[in-house]
Design a protein around this ligand. Sequence first.
Ligand code: S3P
Length: 168
Amino acid sequence: MRVYLTGFMGSGKSTLGQSLASALSYRFVDLDEQIVKKEGLSISEIFETKGEAYFRVVESDVLQSITGDKLVIALGGGTFCSDENIAFIKKTGISFYLYLNEDELLTRLSELKDGKRPLLNGLDKAGIQSLINDKLRERKDYYLQADYTVDGTLSVESLVKLIKHQLK
Ligand code: S3P
C-alpha cells in the first residue's frame, strides 16, 4: 500500500505526510527531497539553471523510481498535473487531494518565505494571488482526479484520522 498526497504548494502535504506515516508505521517520502538528492541542487537551483521543463522530467523519473511499499509520499504541487504521473500513482496507490480554496492558499503562501518555492520567488501578495488563480484554473481538473478530496483546513490530527478511516 502506498498513500500519495497531492495539493497546491502550501497545502500542508509534507507536514501531514510525516504524521500520517508515523500513525500508519509507514515510511515517509518527500518527492521534492528525493529530487534534490538526485540532482544535488535545491529545487530553486534546478528551476534557475535548468528550467521548469527539465524539473518536470526529473520529477516524473524520480516518482517512477520510488520502490517499496508501506509508504506515504508527499508529491510536489505540480506532480499530479500530468496524465502520465496520474496513471502511475493510480496504479501504485491511493491518492488524497488536500483541498484549500484560493483565499486560504493566499494566506498560507504569503506567510511562507523560505525561498524553497521558485514559482513564488520575487512575487508580492498580488503576484501570489494571480499565480494561485492561474495555476488552480489549470490544475483543478487534475487534482480532482485524486481518489479522495479532503479538507485541508482540518487539523493534522483530524486529517490523519480521516485518511486512516478511508484506508480501512
Ligand atoms: C511546485 C511545487 C513544489 C515544488 C516545485 C514546483 C509546483 O512543491 O515541487 O517548486 O509546481 O506547484 P510543494 O508543493 O511541496 O511546495
